[in-house]
Design a protein around this ligand. Structure first.
Ligand code: ADE
Ligand code: ZN
Length: 324
């Protein structure tokens, strides 16, 4: 099973590039940019990654991003992730970034996007890995800030395939961003949103209805609504599930209790992803292994996760045939 997973081509659809910042690189960038971080060593940083819920993670995660200042920092961050993709046999990845985490600190939008996209262009050429970029709005911030961010993204439309919605789900429902997403759709962006991670199943309905999403990020709480589960299966609405993340953030107590195989059996287009691998203890292969160790899965079921991810990806229809 291990060999099969190692060799399986993988497609990642739910990865926050800021969440791939390993403590070693965090220290290197802190030194390079003379930013103070409240830890003595990379080991001490790792030891602090004990989360009780989504918010307890986000508080530490936004702090970690403070070391990212120059275009080269965003390049280094992204290149390190792409090298990990190569190691894990990831053939295509769709990467989230959170512009407001940086623009709110005075880092220009173009510094961020140019650093990320330079590394992705190089990865396509040198590693043969294709990619897309999705820009997420922070849902704990207001609609005005999201509209401003959308405006800033317009000159970079050729580099950004879609917009997403992340950060604190509780208290920040999809409807808060319905008008922003409508404008983004009109501008030609695809849309996705985190929904049903910590928030209720209703957020999944609303992300589909009010935000016009092409896929739902996480979505595991759909299980609480039988009608919704049937609707998701019938429409093949993809769920980008992040198993290790869900355990670290206590969405499920144990991997054995995770519902991903249940959802696969019910015919949903579920995929396996790493979310914030530097914080949650694993990249793509680790996530596949963690699921397969806790749930009996055949090779064809494991391969189905990749086939689902290709189906759910923003790879053009004509190119999709080359990935199957
Ligand atoms: N930002 C980074 N990781 C996230 C997650 N798992 N949920 C919501 N926002 C996030
Ligand atoms: Zn996420």
């Amino acid at each position: 099973m291990k060999d099969f997973i190692n060799g399986l081509p993988k497609v990642e659809l739910h990865l926050h590039i800021e969440g791939s910042l390993e403590p070693e690189l965090m220290f290197e960038l802190a030194t390079r940019n003379q930013v103070r971080i409240p830890f003595e060593s990379p080991e001490a940083v790792r030891a602090a990654y004990q989360f009780t819920n989504l918010q307890s993670f986000l508080d530490i995660y936004y702090q970690g991003a403070n070391v990212l200042i120059h275009e080269q920092d965003f390049y280094d961050l992204t290149w390190a992730y792409m090298l990990r993709c190569k190691q894990d046999n990831v053939i295509h990845t769709e990467i989230f970034f959170d512009p407001q985490t940086h623009t709110e600190r005075g880092i220009p939008f173009d510094t961020v996007i140019n650093g990320i996209s330079r590394a992705l262009d190089q990865a396509k050429k040198e590693l043969g890995i294709s990619s897309q970029i999705i820009m997420c709005f922070l849902r704990h911030l207001d609609e005005t800030s999201a509209f401003k961010t959308l405006e800033e993204a317009l000159p970079f439309k050729d580099k950004i395939v879609g917009v997403g919605l992340d950060s604190s789900e509780q208290g920040n429902p999809p409807e808060k961003f319905a008008r922003v997403f409508k404008t983004a759709l009109q501008a030609g962006f695809k849309t996705v949103a985190h929904a049903g991670e910590e928030g209720p199943a209703q957020n999944i309905y609303d992300a589909i209805e009010m935000l016009g999403v092409s896929r739902v990020d996480h979505g595991v709480r759909c299980i609480e609504d039988e009608t919704l589960v049937s609707q998701l299966a019938e429409s093949r609405m993809p769920l980008t599930v992040c198993p290790l993340s869900n355990i670290k953030l206590k969405v499920f107590k144990t991997m054995a209790e995770h519902n991903i195989t249940d959802l696969l059996d019910k015919g949903l287009c579920v995929t396996i992803n790493s979310d914030d691998p530097a914080y949650f203890g694993g990249y793509m292969t680790d996530n596949f292994l963690a699921v397969a160790q806790a749930h009996p899965l055949s090779n064809s079921q494991l391969a189905q996760f990749t086939l689902n991810a290709i189906e759910a990806s923003f790879i053009s229809d004509e190119d999709k045939a080359n990935y199957c």
